[in-house]
Design a binder for this molecule. Structure first.
Ligand code: PXL
Length: 273
């Protein structure tokens, strides 16, 4: 039997609201990947709700990793998401030095619709700019791509401008890039930049938008990356899974802030892997 793949997931634990680790873990497990988790912060719920508590986990991360190292745990991949502080960059750098990851997937979680998430600072964006240079695959949305390249955000950013920003990230070291959430008419597109090729794949845009869909997307891409699936196929799988989840979430009257009820459709990912 072929060897099981494994991944270290560095992301926050939001106790309620279907994002970050509560999304990544079930999705990656459905894709038959063994997960280790390193929390960046522990929140009562994601920051899109009117209120939340946030425990920054930074000071516990180094000792936690020292144990992982001493116990000789190893992983095929590293997948990072929401950071709890700017200082977590050095922790992740340490990880890159001490473990040998074949794949490094960086979801540069920062914001949406041209604004940073609450609790995110400019310094944290600077840390993410650094982190992205180490990625074999990164998955910014259009807002995050603008922050990463110091480009003013506009709703009507063109595909050519997106390609130019991808080239900037590539020149700084990021290998493959998938840009999510490109809106055109009634469609939503994902741009794929790989080996100097650029294409945008569009799907039907399903409203309302819901939090956590970026996390579902990057978790599927991280899993597919570990399975060495071609990137175009991975993007199609993730986009179609999200479309299905958005449709079901509306049918089931899920409150918007509660995200997408991906649990209803995990079987699609299990049968594919
Ligand atoms: O889905 C991105 C995300 C991750 N983690 C936390 C968040 C958000 C978006 O709001 O608040 C804590």
């Amino acid at each position: 039997m072929k060897k099981q793949r494994s991944i270290a997931v560095v992301n926050d634990i939001s106790g309620f609201g279907r994002c970050s680790i509560t999304v990544a873990l079930p999705i990656l497990c459905a894709m038959k990947i063994q997960c280790g988790i390193l929390p960046t912060a522990i929140l009562s719920n994601h920051t899109g709700y009117p209120d939340y508590t946030l425990l920054d986990f930074t000071e516990h991360m180094e000792p936690y990793l020292e144990k992982w190292k001493a116990l000789q745990f190893s992983f095929d991949g590293l997948y990072t998401g929401y950071l709890g502080s700017k200082d977590q960059l050095s922790v992740i750098r340490h990880m890159l030095k001490n473990f040998s990851f074949e794949k490094v997937i960086v979801d540069p979680v920062m914001g949406d619709d041209g604004v940073l998430y609450p609790a995110y600072t400019q310094e944290m964006c600077n840390s993410l700019k650094q982190l992205v240079t180490h990625s074999t695959l990164t998955t910014p949305n259009v807002t995050e791509l603008c922050f990463l390249t110091d480009t003013p955000y506009r709703e009507d950013i063109t595909e050519t401008e997106i390609l130019d920003m991808c080239k900037v990230l590539r020149s700084k070291g990021a290998q493959k890039i998938v840009v999510t959430g490109i809106v055109k008419d009634n469609q939503i597109g994902n741009a794929i930049y790989e080996d100097d090729n650029f294409e945008v794949l569009y799907n039907k845009r399903i409203l309302p938008l819901r939090p956590g869909t970026g996390d579902v997307f990057s978790a599927i891409l991280a899993g597919e990356s570990l399975h060495n699936t071609p990137l175009t196929e991975s993007v199609k799988t993730a986009a179609s899974f999200i479309e299905t989840c958005l449709t079901t979430s509306s049918k089931m009257n899920i409150p918007i802030n509660d995200g997408v009820c991906f649990e209803e459709h995990l079987d699609l990912l299990i049968s594919k892997s």
